[in-house]
Design a binder for this molecule. Structure first.
Ligand code: AKB
Length: 312
């Protein structure tokens, strides 16, 4: 039986992923950790700083951890404001976990990459798995360096590290923080609370996005597949749908007719303009049967109904 440690369990992916892992592996086999203490931890929770190598090592040994889900990262927008800290947090923590696997302390690692690895020279429509990759944000640079590190540890040291490139993720249990795609979550809160939203991206900025349930499904599917079927040891493209702020607003208006959107683009516009508009995920579909379940329309209905309950 696997014994799992989640680093970054209180973040946007961590909250939903922890619940799913408990459902699959049982409460006794999952340990959640973060700097931030969650309100209602659903399993054993440890307050851990991902930069504290010794503390993590102790937990891994003491709890006989076999698998680490390493979700800690500083995202694109905050990373541009704190580049040195973003690099340190994103790279040092990955090195730590990869080294533990190399030493034989753990058997398997999940580490997410992002569409942020792509840059202005990448083909923007149906961006292929392998293509020109010249990211222009610190976050994107750190994620691409991380992908190559993962591949290096796999090839040189047989470390079983697996990864997907998340697009913008849309979730209702946890709010994202510090990303460029965060508007696609904020808009739902503001639509329900104030019937209006001022978007920090231009109305026609198209980005690849995914509902959180599909992101969790992709993560679990990749992590539970046979090691031999995983042909890509950098990170897999995964895709669900893409939209612009004005298209999303039009869909929200179908449910909330007096909803209004305004646009006031800020520094995040440049970041968004450097990223793809849509992603080709053929390889993930072929290698481990990836297939998203949520369409854009289904995601909008689900977000509005879940958040309506949450905000009551
Ligand atoms: C961000 O906007 O920085 C993230 C991402 C696309 O990885 N959501």
């Amino acid at each position: 039986m696997e014994k799992i440690l989640i680093l970054g369990a209180a973040g946007q992916v961590g909250i939903d992923l922890t619940e799913k892992l408990i459902e699959i592996f049982g409460t006794e086999n999952v340990i959640a950790s973060d700097l931030k203490i969650p309100e209602n931890p659903k399993c054993k929770f440890l307050q851990l700083d991902a930069l504290d190598k010794e503390a993590i090592k102790e937990v891994i040994i003491h709890e006989k951890i076999t698998t680490v889900y390493h979700l800690v990262a500083m995202l694109s927008a905050t990373g541009e404001k704190k580049p040195l800290l973003a690099w340190k947090l994103n790279m040092d923590t990955l090195f730590t976990i990869l080294e533990f696997a190399k030493e034989g302390l753990i058997k398997k690692i999940f580490w997410p990459s992002s569409i942020a690895i792509f840059g202005p020279t990448t083909p923007k429509i149906n961006t292929p798995q392998s293509t020109i990759i010249e990211p222009t944000t610190i976050y994107g640079i750190s994620k691409y360096a991380g992908e190559l590190l993962c591949q290096w540890y796999y090839q040189k040291h047989k470390v079983d590290v697996r990864s997907v490139r998340y697009p913008g993720l849309i979730s209702w249990k946890a709010e994202p923080g510090g990303g460029t795609t965060d508007y696609a979550v904020e808009i739902f809160y503001e639509a329900l609370r104030n019937k209006s939203y001022t978007c920090f991206l231009k109305e026609d900025t198209r980005l690849p996005m995914m509902y959180i349930d599909d992101a969790i499904e992709a993560t679990i599917r990749l992590m539970t597949t046979e090691a031999e079927t995983i042909k890509t040891r950098t990170s897999y493209n995964i895709s669900a749908f893409d939209f612009t702020p004005s298209e999303l607003a039009a869909l929200i208006k179908k449910h909330i007719p007096d909803f209004q959107i305004r646009y006031s683009p800020d520094f995040r516009q440049n970041i968004a303009d450097s990223w793809p508009q849509s992603i080709d995920d053929t390889q993930a579909r072929q290698d481990w049967n990836w297939n998203p379940r949520f369409t854009l329309e289904k995601m909008v209905s689900e977000m509005l109904s879940k958040l309506t309950n949450k905000l009551k």
